[in-house]
Structure formats: C-alpha cells, structure tokens
Design a protein around this ligand. Sequence first.
Ligand SMILES: *[C@@H]1O[C@H](CO)[C@@H](O)[C@H](O)[C@H]1NC(C)=O
Ligand SMILES: *[C@@H]1O[C@H](CO)[C@@H](O)[C@H](O)[C@H]1NC(C)=O
Ligand SMILES: *[C@@H]1O[C@H](CO)[C@@H](O)[C@H](O)[C@H]1NC(C)=O
Ligand SMILES: *[C@@H]1O[C@H](CO)[C@@H](O)[C@H](O)[C@H]1NC(C)=O
Ligand SMILES: *[C@@H]1O[C@H](CO)[C@@H](O)[C@H](O)[C@H]1NC(C)=O
Ligand SMILES: *[C@@H]1O[C@H](CO)[C@@H](O)[C@H](O)[C@H]1NC(C)=O
Length: 360
Amino acid sequence: MRLLAYSISFALSLASFSTLSNARKWHDSGTGTIIFEEAWTIPELLDQLGNKSAALGGTNAELRANLLDIHNQRLTLMNQNNVDFMVLSCSQPCIQGISNPTEAAQLAITVNNQLAVSIANNTERFGGFASLAMHNATVAAQELKRTVKELGFLGALINDYQQSGPDNSTLLFFDQPEYDVFWQMVTDLDVPVYFHPRSNIDQISNLLYRNAPFLLGPAQEFAATLSTHILGLCTNGVFDRFPKLKIIVGHLGERIPSDLVRIDEQLRRQLPLGMPMKKNVTFYWSTNLFETTSGNFATDLLQFHMKEIGLDQILYSVDYPYVDIAEGAVWVDGLNKTLNKKDLDSLKRGNAIKLLRLND
Ligand SMILES: *[C@@H]1O[C@H](CO)[C@@H](O)[C@H](O)[C@H]1NC(C)=O
Ligand SMILES: *[C@@H]1O[C@H](CO)[C@@H](O)[C@H](O)[C@H]1NC(C)=O
Ligand SMILES: *[C@@H]1O[C@H](CO)[C@@H](O)[C@H](O)[C@H]1NC(C)=O
Ligand SMILES: *[C@@H]1O[C@H](CO)[C@@H](O)[C@H](O)[C@H]1NC(C)=O
Ligand SMILES: *[C@@H]1O[C@H](CO)[C@@H](O)[C@H](O)[C@H]1NC(C)=O
Ligand SMILES: *[C@@H]1O[C@H](CO)[C@@H](O)[C@H](O)[C@H]1NC(C)=O
C-alpha cells in the first residue's frame, strides 16, 4: 500500500514537473538571492557525515536535522534572509562514496526521485541538481538526461572523484576520454555541472593528514583535492573538446583564480611535454568555469577575482547548512559599499538566472 501510494504521488509529481518544463515558474521578488551550493540528504546517507562536523555554533544533531529538512527551518531562513530560490543537492560524498557501480547507480535514482518528490509542492522556491553514479559515463549521461527532462532538474552536482574497487581505492576522475560521452550529454542538455569537494578515501586521509587531522575537510583537504580535479579537466583538454561546457566551482573557485599567474606560467612549460590543453587556465575561467562565494565571504578576494576572471563568472551561494544563511546575507548585502548596483545584482541573482537558465 505504502509503495503504491508512493508511486501514485511520484507519478503526480512527475506530471506537475512536465507542465513546468516549458516555462519554469519561480519566486522572483526582483531583488532576492539565488543560492545553489546548498546541501540536503536522505536518512540512509546521514551516516556518511560522521559525527564530527557541525555548523558553526550548532551541534551535529542539528546539522543532521537541517540536512534532512526542506520546508521548515530551511524555508524560514530563506524567507528571513531574502533568498528567492535555492537549488538542493546531496551532501558529500553521496554517490561518489559508493564503490559498487550497481549500488551507486540505483542509489542515484533513489536520491533523485526522493529530491523531486520532496520539492514537488514548492518548485517556486526549490530546484534540484542531480546526483550521479560516475562509474560508467553512459549510465551517468542517461540519468542526467532523465532528471533534467523528466524531473525538471537544473544540472548536476558531483562530489569530486568517484571511488570504486573492492577497497575503494580505484579513483575515477572525469577528465579522461571515456567521460566524453557524459560531457557530450551535459552540453547537449545545456546544463551546468557543479564540482563539489568530498572527504578523501581513508587510505589518502591516512597518508596525507595523519599528522595534521585538523586540516581534513574545508580548511585544506577539500580545496587541495578538488582543485586538482578541476585543473585535470583543463590540462587534459576537456574544455577544448567541449567548448560550451559549464562547470561551477564553489568556495571562490577552490583557490584557483587566486593563483593563475603561477599556474599559467608553469603549465606553459609543460606544453613541449605533450600536455593536450590548447588554451591556458585563465582562458577557461572566462568561458567554461564559474565560481561561487559559498563559505568564503572574503570581500578583498572577491574584488581580486573580479579583476582576474570577471564578475560574469562569479555567483553568490552559501553552503547551507554548513554555513549560516544569515551570515551570507549580511555579507552580500554589505557589498553595496563595494560594488555598484548592477554588479551586485549580477552577483546575487542575475548571473544565476542566466547560468541555471531559470527564465528560459
Ligand atoms: C553517529 O551518531 C549516531 C547517533 O548517536 C549513531 O547512530 C551513528 O551510528 C553514528 N555514526 C557514526 C558514523 O559514528
Ligand atoms: C510541502 O510539503 C511539506 C511536507 O508535507 C510541507 O511541510 C510543506 O508545508 C508543503 N509546502 C507547501 C508550499 O505546500
Ligand atoms: C556502461 O553502461 C552501458 C549502458 O548500460 C553499457 O552498454 C556498457 O557496457 C557499460 N560500460 C562498462 C565499461 O561497463
Ligand atoms: C570503503 O568505503 C565504504 C563506504 O564509504 C566503507 O564503509 C568501507 O569501510 C571502505 N573500505 C575500506 C577498505 O576502506
Ligand atoms: C592566456 O591566454 C590568453 C588567450 O587565450 C592570452 O591573451 C593570455 O595572455 C594568456 N595568459 C597567460 C598568463 O599566459
Ligand atoms: C546598503 O544596504 C543596506 C541594507 O542592506 C543599507 O542599510 C545601506 O544604507 C546601503 N548602503 C549603501 C552605501 O547603499
């Protein structure tokens, strides 16, 4: 009975999505923010979180409750802080932490359907990014297509590399030619893919952080590992093969735009060694790569990045519930001292409307 009721309500939700697919209706106040590195999860995946992390000033139990919630405290905070629209995605490592390909593919479908059903009664405030099993690029491409076409999702969020193999230690990076079939689908659908960090597999954490465990997670580990993957996409020529591909990188670009002088200079020396990349990394930050301000509300750095990569590539986001929505709102509203009205509007919402194609 429960299953039947579930399938009926799921079919109804799907019907409501298909009517939305032509003209999306979202709550556009004209001034509110759009945020889209915002985590959510299902009860079955809560244990991936471990019991250590907590939002600043909160407990681990509160963090867990906030990750599961959509319509209560999350929506209240959005209303209190002038957030018009939030795109939800599955908290790390989600499917990238599942080594078994069949299990991963099935769980991705479960997570995506659950997200679609959970937001179905308020798609004016909430959208979804797909979770994808990345073991097999064809399977990932098909699931992305299903979630975009049938569930109205706005793109995908991938939590860095896909672990696989009997002891998790076969790491799959999506900068290899076998993923071209996936990137082809992404560009055909014209949706962005968010690259979010993940906690490393135990073997790597033990080797690299044994003497400095406090550096695990956002302070160091996340940016170090994810920036390598992003630079892998660049140097292995993915953006040369897919010039229209759009990749979003959080936390002010995992530090890459802060270091372009040295990166470009040193990579130029790799050209004679057969590096497939045709342009330079700065170039891809003007065409293919976008950054958000999630969890990195640093005004001076934002201004520097505006000079390095241009405001068109920079978008506001928060990283709720790991970061406080109110803290983000105070920061971004205070930027009216630094940015002109037009630029601030682009950062808060205009660039997101374009990148997520909310009005298409
Ligand atoms: C974390 O704590 C919860 C509740 O106390 C417990 O059920 C769960 O097994 C713990 N998870 C881990 C990964 O230690
Ligand atoms: C959507 O459903 C949830 C769960 O039943 C409920 O808490 C929420 O108020 C509903 N939202 C709307 C806009 O109907
Ligand atoms: C990937 O999935 C496709 C479609 O199910 C299948 O035809 C193909 O054999 C798979 N590739 C590998 C390497 O398993
Ligand atoms: C592999 O990963 C799973 C899930 O993340 C974990 O439960 C398991 O202990 C890991 N195995 C090894 C050998 O680390
Ligand atoms: C990067 O490439 C662009 C053109 O593609 C060029 O104008 C620029 O000078 C290059 N920058 C560096 C630091 O090499
Ligand atoms: C900036 O916005 C705040 C409200 O968010 C307002 O109080 C303040 O006067 C504005 N400052 C400028 C320079 O416009």
